[in-house]
Write a protein that binds this ligand. Sequence first.
Ligand SMILES: *Cc1c(COP(=O)(O)O)cnc(C)c1O
Length: 226
Amino acid sequence: MRVDIAKRIEELHATLPQGVTLIAVSKYHPVEAIRTAYDTGQRDFGESKAQDLRIKQQQMPDDVHWHFIGHLQSNKIKYIAPFIHLIHSIDSLRLLQEVDKHAAKAKRIIPCLLQIHIAREESKFGFTPEECRSMLDEGLWHKLKNVELRGMMCMASNTDDVKQIKEEFGTVKQLFEEIKAKHFANNERFNIFSAGMSDDYPIAIATGSTHIRIGSDIFGPPEHYI
Ligand SMILES: *Cc1c(COP(=O)(O)O)cnc(C)c1O
């Protein structure tokens, strides 16, 4: 049975605490599905492939906030640099430097999050907490004038073990607070903690998530639409 996208978005908005932004992750779904969500008033959408995102962006109104949440390759930054609202998945200084270059070309300052690898799965991307600390301590990122670090993103392990998920989100939240105190103490804009997906967003919100990224719970299982 087809999911009722509009109904699910309205239900989610009705239950989310104030200050939590819902990002509708539309990566496996066609523009028609995005438009259905848009018509309910939803404006924040997440995609994980730069070229798909570019194609969808061209077909949607300009007031959509597009979030990039996938693994970003340097040679794909050009597709999204002119309009991307927030890149959640910075996983190396090198990538941040490349985004900075493209942002300068596009005459923009692109907001970015540091992705923290906390899940047990090896396949996931991101800085370990230790790598994140040393990258920030080394300080080269201060030179980058066309990117702005706004916070952190993480994914918990894909498990039913609620205790483990809580621990993982808690570890990243603590790291977030530590980094904020050390490097962004006077910067109110380092304030985004992007955590929580369809299966674990209530736990993420309880841990202080400000941005949840919901795909299948809104749009249903992946569709192969291309
Ligand atoms: C696909 C994806 C989501 C959404 O996952 P669902 O389980 O479908 O809600 C959230 N975050 C990232 C980084 C993703 O790749």
